[in-house]
Design a protein around this ligand. Sequence first.
Ligand code: 4G0
Length: 252
Amino acid sequence: MHIGIVSLFPAMLGEALAHGVLGRAMTQGVFEVDVVDPREFATDVHRTVDDRPYGGGPGMVLKVEPLRSALRRAVHRAPAGSRRVYLGADGRRFDQDTARAASALPGLVLVAGRYEGVDERFVEREIDEVWSIGDYVLTGGELPALVVIDAIVRLLPGALGCSESAEQESFANGLLDWPHYTRPAVVDGDAVPEVLQSGDHEAIRRWRLREALGRTWLRRPELLERRGMSAEERGLLEEFKVERAARTRPDR
Ligand code: 4G0
């Protein structure tokens, strides 16, 4: 997959993608990154890329021309069928479904805005979609760009080792993840749940599903609402609630 990024701070991006799973995926050719800096397309002596907002008020707005030239360079180097996405605090929420859909594209060109945003005419004329990674304001779109690249690239064939399957995990099935444990079996008197050491694969499957359902019910009930539950899952969640009530409300 080809990923173009239009950013005024190119140094924030390359290094961040060079480590761990993403670094390995890049060297193996699972994806490639092409960063284009709009400042290279600023024509005046001061290399100006921003200006004051029409109508007044604080802050600066990114100008259309340098952004548009940079985007066109990035799109020219991206495969046909690539989408143009602007990262903005005012965008549609980026989630696991968005990541899955994007991972099927031949390419993506991401535009990282700065300041209060960009001239609206740039978004209207040059951008296919606006994505936000969450309801908070950042100083720029570079960190959101890295977040969406990470979420998308790890879904690409060959990005994860076989021990790191993207299928079995949190959100793949609409639930939060179950708890994980590794050695030692006891830490400060706190033991790993017995069932995980039992070798009973069916019991382990049910325990993990019960914990995932319980955790989602406690922390993200709206995910459960949206997803619905099978008959088995309803039974397991009831068990979780009963056990939890027994644990948190001791007799008397
Ligand atoms: C566009 C994305 C870009 C608009 C970018 C800010 C948060 C996110 C920027 C704004 C960003 C996010 C309207 C403040 C640059 N901050 N949540 N900062 N506004 O994805």
